[in-house]
Design a protein around this ligand. Structure first.
Ligand SMILES: [Zn+2]
Length: 583
């Protein structure tokens, strides 16, 4: 072992620290100094043994302001470092456990490496690395904060096993080296923030994989059932096989904001013109249901988001309750359940991604979730869509509560255009797209979406400008409150309502609506009268009041503000009973 001298170096460093005012500062390693710009990894997977063995090369670039003599490399705590070299020279490193929820085990194996020479800012170094270990189903990071075991296992479903092997990258399993500060799930947004910083640094880095997969007893015994291997959703090509081993080459890919994933499973495939479904043994019916549901909604998705750029790809997960995951163009989702409605919901999301591309999460993911609501509306009517959005809205009210906003600070960093919070760029963005449709109308919004070109999207205002170009309405305040900034949510309250009988026997109702909240919106107002109701829409800016007059054929009885299409912080004050005037 090479790390003994390093240990004594640490001892003296630790001693020096006693003299410092803050031992922590003195000891602080800059874990986020280096960006890993290239990975060239040879990976051995032995599903029967749950084993993962990796040898390869990494290129590190110093993105900090200072020269760096120490580099930190982190892998999952269930893996162990074997060697780290620069050129032909073995480097000294200290291997230590590092508690962090960025990995499913709740910990990392960290190598603190002494580099042969300090690396200047912008300078690079190539390291040769080797590590190995097992990747078992492990949801420690979730169970230790109180998540029930079943739910935890269905969330952190990554593992290498005889029947199925799948590992998602940073944020799930550190199966390739990363370098991050500690992430703690019990501390608000800590994990999201650490993860977001890592992904931003890594976006555009290159990863190439060579695979060597040991065949297991249960599956993969004959050449006709070569294991199906995917890197980021793209199939790897078998380059040779021999007795119990298969080699494969995976296309080098640039890393994006999603976690790079590796998947090895014994899939069967169902091919349709628009979708390819890979499914596990016994899931034939569910796979067909999924493909049917997807094909059925292709026209709706095409009408909104354009034709498919490629065939949609879906792959099965063995745990029927496993949380779906998107890996590039591949959707991983359990197919055991053959409920067509759930299949349709998943397919709507996936087909939207296949048709529409943006690197901005509030557009890319927001529209894919919006498409799910459109699908439900198409199948079952507006209320079904609103009910679906309601599930998202409850998550949203939590992150949009005033205390949450204060805690995490700036309105701008939490804005839809900048946020790394999934609740915001998924749930909130979906609601914003829905509100935009209600405000500018379907044809205008479709035209704006059709005009979008990802390569022309150079600034956050690009999409808002495309939408504004399709309407006479001033939407700048809406984009300000909801997209460019995180102003929280509106809170509507009927301040007063007066009705007056006209000469012709109809009624004029004058409603003053107060928005007590911190974001403006256009909200639907429903006025009930004997046997029926009318709906009007009213724009009310944040901390403002607006007045609307409604003509009715009979005396008004009740006013209900907001059918749920506008996210709101308090909906308990949205009903107003109208006292009948004494005759
Ligand atoms: Zn998505």
């Amino acid at each position: 072992m090479k790390f003994l001298p390093m240990k004594s170096a640490y001892k003296s460093l630790a001693f020096l620290c006693v003299l410092c005012a803050s031992a922590v500062n003195c000891f602080a390693l800059d874990r986020e100094a280096f960006t890993f710009t290239s990975y060239d990894l040879n990976i051995q997977v032995d599903p029967e043994q749950h084993r993962l063995g990796v040898r390869g090369k990494l290129t590190l670039r110093n993105d900090s302001q200072a020269p760096q003599k120490i580099a930190v490399l982190q892998i999952s705590s269930s893996l162990d470092w074997r060697s780290i070299k620069a050129g032909d020279k073995s480097l000294q490193f200290l291997s230590q456990p590092y508690t962090s929820d960025i990995d499913h085990t709740g910990g990392l194996s960290e190598a603190i490496v002494t580099l042969p020479q300090p690396i200047a800012p912008h300078g690079t170094i190539e390291l040769e690395i080797a590590y190995e270990g097992v990747v078992l189903l492990d949801a420690t990071r979730l169970t230790r904060i109180g998540t029930p075991e079943d739910a935890a296992n269905s969330t952190d479903w990554d593992q290498i096993g005889p029947a199925f092997s799948a590992v998602r990258g940073a944020g799930y399993v550190a199966w390739y080296p990363i370098a991050t500060e500690m992430a703690n799930l019990s501390e608000g947004n800590s994990l999201f923030e650490v993860l977001a910083r890592w992904k931003m640094r890594e976006a555009g880095s290159r990863m190439h994989l060579g695979l060597k997969v040991h065949r297991s007893e249960g599956i993969l015994l004959s050449d006709s059932t070569l294991p199906k291997m995917f890197f980021n959703g793209i199939p790897c090509t078998a380059s040779g096989s021999e007795h119990m081993v298969v080699w494969a080459e995976c296309l080098a890919q640039n890393l994006r904001l999603d976690a790079p994933s590796l998947l090895v499973a014994d899939y069967k495939v169902l091919e349709r013109p628009t979708i390819e479904v890979r499914y596990l043994h016994g899931h034939d019916v569910a796979a067909a249901t999924f493909a049917d549901a997807a094909e059925k909604i292709v026209p709706l998705i095409t009408e909104w988001f354009g034709p498919q750029r490629e065939k949609a790809k879906t792959a099965d997960l063995p745990d029927p309750h496993a949380a779906p995951f998107e890996s590039g163009a591949l959707l991983l989702t359990p197919l055991a359940d053959s409920d067509p409605k759930l299949a349709g919901l998943a397919a709507a999301h996936q087909l939207t991604h296949v048709a529409f591309l943006s690197f901005r999460p509030w557009i890319e993911e927001g529209l894919a979730h919006f498409a799910q609501a459109l699908y439900l509306e198409h199948e079952k009517g507006r209320q079904a869509a609103l009910d679906y959005m309601d599930v998202h809205r409850s998550a949203l009210s939590e992150v949009e509560s005033p205390t949450a906003a204060q805690k995490s600070g700036a309105e701008a960093s939490r804005s839809l255009v900048n946020t790394t919070s999934e609740e915001l760029y998924r749930s909130k963005a979906m609601c914003v797209w829905w509100m935009l449709r209600d405000m500018v109308g379907e044809p205008a919004l479709k035209k704006a979406i059709a005009a979008y070109r990802p390569e022309q999207d150079k600034e956050p205002s690009y999409m808002p400008r495309l939408i504004a170009a399709q309407t006479q309405r001033d939407l700048e305040w809406l984009f300000d409150d909801w997209v460019y900034r995180d102003r929280g949510l509106p809170d509507f309250k009927v301040e007063s309502a007066f009705s007056r009988k006209t000469m012709t026997g109809s009624f004029i109702l004058t409603i003053t609506l107060d928005n007590l909240g911190t974001a403006g919106a256009e909200v639907p107002i429903f006025v009930k009268f004997a046997g029926s109701e009318v709906m009007k829409r009213l724009e009310v800016r944040a901390k403002h009041k607006a007045v609307i007059r409604v003509e009715l054929p009979a005396a008004p009885q009740e006013i209900v503000v907001n059918d749920g299409s506008v996210p709101e912080s308090d909906r308990t004050n949205n009903t107003f009973k109208i006292e009948q005037e004494p005759k």
